[in-house]
Design a protein around this ligand. Sequence first.
Ligand code: CP
Ligand code: NVA
Length: 329
Amino acid sequence: MPTNLRGRNLLTLKDFTPEEIMYLLELAKELKTKKRLGIHNEVLKGKNVVLLFEKTSTRTRCAFEVAALDEGAHVTFLSNSQMGKKESLEDTAKVLGRFYDGIEFRGYKQETVELLAKHSGVPVWNGLTDLYHPTQILADLMTVREYVHKPLNKVKFVYCGDARNNMGNSLMIGCAKMGMEFVALAPKALWPSDELVSEMNLVCAETGGKITLSESIDDVKGADVIYTDVWVSMGEEAQFEERIKLLTPYRVTMDMLKKTENPDVIFLHCLPSFHDTETAVGMEIYNKYGITEMEVTDEVFRSKHSKVFDEAENRMHTIKAVMVATLNG
Ligand code: CP
Ligand code: NVA
């Protein structure tokens, strides 16, 4: 069946079929090749997009900006709007829908991105909320396809760390949709909600995917991909002490990679990452708790297994695919 995503929102990958996700991955691959060849067809010429940010960002903001400009669209970056302060979400959405062809939102509540979609009348893209980070998953799947030489539905994908944050939730959704084997390695206190797991188990029943929640590091055996994310997400900064206690056994180390018994295992991370003390927060944590690395060791981060910068680059190609597909069809 032909795929046409024109006019669609990307609020969570739950709303997309496996075929639609594969279509976006294929389109991203094509756009990446074109960019390498210096071909810009400017398929978004004359379009305007607005990027609304409540939380900080490097990759997501830059990916949207470069992707839009590559295709000839104009961009407004907005991080100090009236939205929610002096103007309701509904009114803001109606105003932005009159000016813009598409809206990106990064912030706290999933409800905000849903309301923007409900009231703006133009495609809305979720650039990260407390619950989901769908554009990141497209880049992750694209990177897996580039480096793991088997079909996605044969891939064993292990996520270590905070499995109930936006990345844990979204990776489980993406893997379930693509029929992959997904293992969340985390202490029980940080497992995803029963509701989301049940929902994704139903998806797996159709796609052939499999979800395992485990506290045992031994379950990395046979992994093609080891993935981790920060132990403390944006907005949860009060949790450092508890998370360090809970998650230290789940730090990605060379020993963990060896335990996979797969010499070709790849390491992925959405970034930013605390793999050394070269950041203000990393230094603060070192001074307070005496640790120089959190979710991943510097050794793994810089090893040949690590594909994190290809993954970061792929944010741009996949976000471009999302805008091209939803604005142009
Ligand atoms: N991975 C990611 O979303 O990065 P930024 O927070 O820099 O946008
Ligand atoms: N879980 C992280 C992802 C950052 C891209 C956060 O929300 O801060």
